[in-house]
Design a protein around this ligand. Structure first.
Ligand code: HEC
Length: 101
């Protein structure tokens, strides 16, 4: 089993290499909706009822959304130039347009 362990160590490195970032930084007076439309709606679109996300209960909070924006994910870029204030505003917009399952 020893060689297998070494193989597993390489997986996080491979994922890091795939992650990407978006250098967008919002105007200081931009509100959550403006930020969302400028940069998030490239990938996240509202449905016919205006719902953009279906979040699990444990995801439906600003902490989780902040993490997603700061760290990105396999498919989503991270946004290192988004100030906390902007993240807060856009997170509130996200929550207001989400349903929870
Ligand atoms: C390049 C496309 C892209 C952009 C731009 C993008 N996202 Fe995402 N985002 C994704 C994808 C794909 C997922 C789901 C899969 C994953 O987590 O990798 C996701 C997942 C999420 C999630 C977790 C909930 C879920 O549906 O899985 C939140 C919250 C989120 N994005 C918010 C945002 C916000 C806020 C912005 C703008 C600051 C943004 N995203 C910009 C592609 C994007």
């Amino acid at each position: 089993m020893k060689p297998l362990k070494h193989g597993l160590l390489l997986i996080p490195l491979a994922l890091t290499a795939c992650s990407h970032q978006n250098d967008y930084s919002p105007a200081p007076d931009a509100n959550g909706e403006q930020i969302f439309k400028q940069v998030c709606s490239d990938c996240h679109k509202p449905d016919a009822n205006g719902i953009i996300y279906t979040l699990k209960k444990e995801q439906a909070n600003t902490d989780y959304i902040r993490k997603q924006i700061k760290q990105g994910s396999f498919m989503m870029p991270k946004f290192p130039n988004m100030p906390d204030e902007a993240i807060k505003k856009v997170s509130q917009f996200v929550l207001a347009h989400s349903k929870t399952n």
